[in-house]
Ligand binder design. Structure first.
Ligand code: OGA
Ligand code: ZN
Length: 327
């Protein structure tokens, strides 16, 4: 029986279909993974060794570890790149990173009251997390996940992020430049994914903006005048629970929410680099075109020495030249 119900999902004016749900040994899993198609995988036991990771257990074993905690004045945790904040833009993020010990985080979670800033721990699992937790980490089902890496010819595992979220927190729609095996340990998370072919419906910020890779559209209150094609967006949805693994393909947009369930969620992601390019085949895939667009924006920014001039040059190239009716 599902441990969640529809009332715990936020309501959006977006169409979606379901992401396929398959057992880990179903041969269709590999073909979806290798074709950059999302799939919710059951029974992999990827994180079975850490199903006891809750606030009490981690507080006991990670109490003095310094952690990265995002603090937000609302329920949205829109990631931004600190290095891209320049004096020429006014940038007022509503969520900010903050450092605190795990103990401090756990206490704030346990004593949190409605109206106080919301918290979301997003901490890379590395040697700093203490030997006890490292011992659990070593017990992940590495054989299974590394066999997928091999079969799909992904690049190296770059990192694992430990995510501990209050109920109702949202990671707004964005894409990453890595393959992601996303495992839930505790609670339920709802994902809405969009393929790279829907780039035009989701209006990501410019590459040089601190919100690079994030959609400009506020799903709670979409501005259809500024973002009219958002009406055509059609997502793929899944609710991911303990022991499930969701494959989020590279460059796929994803919106993530911890269900409004009265609890918190614990999850761990596995980020892999894209595989090496053996032979480029045409026609290119949509995600490869996204990579090209990123490079064009970056190149113009460098050539012009000012990211603020990129937009006007792109418009000069396109408007009236590549926008006429017959094209
Ligand atoms: C990711 C991601 C956000 C979340 O793993 O790429 O965007 O809230 N996670 O889990
Ligand atoms: Zn992401």
């Amino acid at each position: 029986m599902a441990g969640w119900n529809n009332n715990q999902l936020r309501k959006y004016n977006i169409k979606f279909e379901k992401i396929p749900v398959l057992q880990h040994d179903d041969p269709k899993v590999n073909s979806l993974l290798c074709n950059n198609k999302p799939v919710l995988i059951k029974g992999s036991k990827l994180v079975s060794s850490v199903l006891n990771w809750d606030l009490d257990y981690l507080q006991k074993h990670m109490s003095s570890v310094c952690c990265n905690v995002m603090v937000s004045t609302n329920h949205k945790f829109k990631y931004y790149d600190q290095k891209k904040i320049t004096p020429s833009i006014t940038f007022k993020p509503q969520s900010r990173p903050s450092s605190m010990t795990f103990s401090e985080f756990a206490e704030r979670m346990k004593t949190w009251k409605k109206g106080a800033p919301r918290l979301y721990l997003q901490q890379t699992l590395n040697n700093s997390i203490g030997h006890h937790v490292v011992r659990d980490f070593v017990m992940f089902n590495w054989d299974w996940v590394m066999s997928k890496q091999k079969i799909c010819k992904w690049g190296a595992l770059t990192s694992n992020l430990l995510l501990i979220s209050q109920e109702g927190n949202i990671t707004p729609c964005h894409y990453d430049e890595q393959q992601n095996m996303f495992a839930v340990v505790k609670g339920y998370k709802r994902f809405i994914l969009f393929p790279p072919s829907q780039f035009e419906c989701l209006y990501p910020h410019p590459v040089h903006h601190p919100y690079d890779r994030q959609s400009q559209v506020d799903f709670d209150n979409p501005n259809y005048t500024m973002f009219p094609k958002f009406k055509d967006a059609c997502g793929y949805e899944a609710v991911v629970g303990p022991e499930d693994v969701l494959y989020i393909p590279i460059y796929w947009f994803h919106h993530v929410e911890s269900l409004m369930s009265g609890g918190y969620t614990v999850s761990i992601n596995f980020w892999f680099k894209a595989g090496p390019i053996e032979k480029i085949e045409y026609p290119l895939q949509d995600y490869q075109k996204m990579a090209i667009m990123r490079n064009v924006e970056k190149m113009l920014g460098e050539a012009l020495h000012d990211p603020n001039d990129v937009g006007s040059m792109l418009r000069t190239i396109v408007v009236g030249r590549y926008t006429s009716e017959e094209l």
